[in-house]
Design a protein around this ligand. Sequence first.
Ligand code: RIB
Ligand code: CA
Length: 306
Amino acid sequence: MNKKPIIIDTDPGIDDAVALAIALHDKTLDVRLITTVHGNVSLEKVTRNALKLLHFFNKDVPVAAGSDRPLLRDVIDASEVHGESGMDGYEFAAPGNILLKDEHAVNAMYKEIMESKEKITLVPIGPLTNIALLIRLYPEVVKEIKEIVLMGGSTSRGNASPAAEFNILADPEAAKIVFQSSVPIVMLGLNIGDKAKIYNEDSKKIKDLNQTGRMIHDLFQHYRGGTMETGLTMYDSTAIGYLSKPDMYQVAEAYVDVEVTGQLTMGATIVDLEHQFEQQSNAKVAVDLDDQAFKHWLINSLARCN
Ligand code: RIB
Ligand code: CA
């Protein structure tokens, strides 16, 4: 079977680490490039975290660092959720920089997309700054991208504010550019991530799988995206899950736009599931997830790691 070529744009991030572990060991996916973006912690830290993970997994995937800040606004972070390093809880070996490309993520993405024989799927699991810059700097790339499968937004409430999910709130203008780009989009929002939960007994199973499982179990002790009792939310893995096993999801076509002026609602994704704006749909929005199938998929996927 032909592997699906993808580029993952990420801000590792403990839930990003789980998503990357799965994607890098999924035989149906061809991870061509990993690009990093400001988000959970600084660009420098998320880039080192991506390199640490690739060294840990012994995977030779090129990494390119992207934007260290949003298009317009001040940087925010989520170190209270992931720890100061962005991946607190496990002492990774120093990775070196051999996989780090000496070019900006946007240029690396552009070249990979334009030189690829097959159309590439972009998988942003952090703020959308790099993707927005790619679209603005190289408009010709829009028709060459197969799809953008992104973790971000919500059909309901936010997590970084009552109205906004973190990846969107971190750069609302970038998100607006992406949703208005006409690139086919699949949106995996908090409404899905909040069903994608790992509990204490699951984490113990993961720990017993292999050394990746032991590393992830250690990270989970420091992850504050939920608790072991209420469930740890595997937000970013929901984007990988959609690529790997889409039948776990129910999706609906909808017009999605991003609030960029509201004081209280800044960064909210307005998902018009009832077509009240009478706008053409611009995204497939995941509206439900088979949570038991997802959990089994996640654990079975981690079992394939080293
Ligand atoms: O709101 C969840 C998202 O914000 C995830 O991508 C998590 O890693 C953080 O970046
Ligand atoms: Ca993330």
